[in-house]
Design a protein around this ligand. Structure first.
Ligand SMILES: O=P(O)(O)OC[C@H]1O[C@H](O)[C@H](O)[C@@H](O)[C@@H]1O
Length: 315
């Protein structure tokens, strides 16, 4: 974590407009000259907005808490070091569901921007925002529940053709530890009844709606018609695509990750979540969550693991 600690506006240069970065209300906001933008809350390093071509790609509940009192219901909460309720007999057993990363305040480590290939196509400007979380920043409660020395660096890169979010995990202690990680992305979609998900054909999944039994995805195209909570495991395909009315809408590419969760709470579950608004918001959202959640990743002292997602929005 040796990047500058303070946000600074990247200024325009003689070569033309460049990405800009500023901070306000506990969040870092970056924009490209094209107008595309990303907004990241320091709380949870939660990406709460990604706009491309004037379109918002992430769903955030109207009742989401953005004040650090609760993990954000929407955007991209970072799940670490356990997914779901942790097994009691595991070292993560005392942690809350989905761990502590999504409800810890991260440090902003600074930005990097690049600009090249200018021309009729507009070049390939990009900006990367880095966020850090280490054992030293954890609440006393979390530290006690999971007493390992670790360093996380979460890098959010906005490009004119997409958004990449990568989590780097490092064991900074003297003993090994095991973890799971997941990027719990809530996509904003036009209409769940017209959405299909491709790229999970033949994959084995655990259906949490059916007593966590194992099934195989036989239909190459998945539609959502009710509460859905599935963990697709060891996926060979690189990319899971969300289609709207049969047309490509959003692509989710896994980077060094093999699992993906597909989640939609539907009517009853949405009603039961105090921070889920509007109640029929389930019609406009779909979670496709990339991760390493099947079993555990083990890191020996000094080792690192990196995994993430590359998202592409289609017009
Ligand atoms: O309510 P949360 O703790 O944010 O969890 C929301 C959802 O996250 C994942 O998608 C899990 O697979 C679901 O079982 C869970 O309901």
């Amino acid at each position: 974590m040796d990047r500058p600690n303070k946000p600074s506006a990247i200024s325009a240069s003689a070569s033309g407009p460049q990405p800009s970065v500023h901070s306000e209300r506990g969040r870092i906001i970056a924009s490209l000259p094209t107008g595309d933008s990303v907004e990241v809350l320091l709380y949870g390093a939660t990406v709460i907005s990604w706009k491309s071509n004037g379109r918002e790609n992430f769903w955030v509940s109207d009742a989401a808490k953005l004040d650090g009192s609760k993990p954000v219901r929407g955007g991209v909460p970072v799940v670490f070091p356990c997914f779901g309720p942790p097994p009691q007999d595991h070292a993560t057993g005392k942690l809350p569901q989905h761990g502590f990363a999504r409800n810890s305040t991260w440090e902003y480590m600074g930005e990097n921007s690049s600009e090249s290939g200018k021309g009729a196509s507009g070049g390939d400007d990009s900006v990367t925002l880095d966020f850090g979380l280490s054992s030293a920043q954890l609440s006393a409660e979390a530290k006690q529940a999971w007493p390992y020395e670790f360093g996380l660096v979460y890098s959010v890169t906005l490009r004119k053709d997409g958004l990449q979010t990568m989590l780097n995990v490092r064991n900074e202690g003297k003993e090994s530890f095991e973890f799971q990680m997941l990027l719990h992305t809530y996509f904003k979609i036009p209409d769940i009844s017209k959405a299909t998900i491709n790229g999970l054909g033949s994959v084995t999944y655990i259906d949490k709606m059916l007593n966590a039994t194992e099934h195989q995805q036989t239909n190459p195209s998945l539609s959502i018609n009710g509460e859905t909570d599935r963990v697709y495991m060891s996926i060979k395909q690189d990319t899971t695509s969300i289609l709207s009315e049969g047309r490509s809408y959003l692509d989710v590419q896994r980077d060094n990750l093999e699992d993906s969760v597909v989640w939609n709470p539907w009517i009853e579950k949405a009603k039961g979540m105090g921070d889920f608004e509007p109640k029929d918001g389930y019609k406009k959202m779909l979670c496709v969550e990339v991760g390493a959640v099947n079993g555990w990743q083990k890191l020996e002292p000094g080792e690192t693991f990196e995994g993430g997602q590359i998202l592409k929005a289609h017009l």
